[in-house]
Ligand binder design. Structure first.
Ligand code: SF4
Length: 163
């Protein structure tokens, strides 16, 4: 799997302060996507998921005030990303079980819930759906358009963090 980077101390892509892993590869091609440079799965650089990159990612989650890891992109559920994303989520929960894990995907929940089955135990929140320009709403926390939902993976229920 390739990535475009790792952002530390993020407050925009999930609740609390967290780290974001930006993966390469997305076939949804939404109009006015915030990250079109990530569409090509061969863009960016290789993520060493068994070595120094995973070690670094896990280290960023050590401080007490870091409560989240978010995987975004690109689409973490792109066919070529699923296995490595599952591996990373598993590693995070093994080392930092208290850290909440978030994943952004262009797939809608009905499809995404089947894709994530092998690693759903290690995922807390999934933000689903393509970005739709005509439904864009800057007031929505942690998502760009109103068709997208934040879903509690364990229950399948939609969560509203604006309340
Ligand atoms: S799913 Fe996300 S990364 Fe992919 S095209 Fe849409 S907005 Fe961009």
């Amino acid at each position: 799997m390739n990535i475009h980077g790792i952002t530390q101390f993020d407050t925009a892509n999930g609740l609390g302060i967290g780290t974001v892993l930006w993966v390469s590869g997305c076939e949804h091609h939404c109009l006015n996507c915030h990250n079109p440079q990530t569409w090509d799965r061969k863009s960016g650089r290789y993520f060493d998921h068994t070595g120094k990159d995973l070690d670094f990612l896990l280290k960023t989650l050590e401080p007490d005030y870091i409560s989240r890891l978010t995987i975004s992109g690109g689409d973490p559920l792109h066919t070529f990303n699923r296995w490595t994303v599952g591996f990373v989520l598993n590693a995070v929960k093994q080392v930092h079980p208290e850290v909440k894990t978030w994943l952004y995907t262009g797939y809608e929940w009905e499809q995404a819930k089947d894709i994530i089955k092998p690693f759903a135990y290690a995922l807390d929140y999934l933000v689903d759906g393509r970005f739709i320009e005509s439904l864009k709403d800057l007031n929505l926390p942690y998502r760009g358009s109103s068709n997208q939902h934040i879903i509690d993976v364990k229950t399948g229920n939609i969560v509203d963090f604006s309340k």
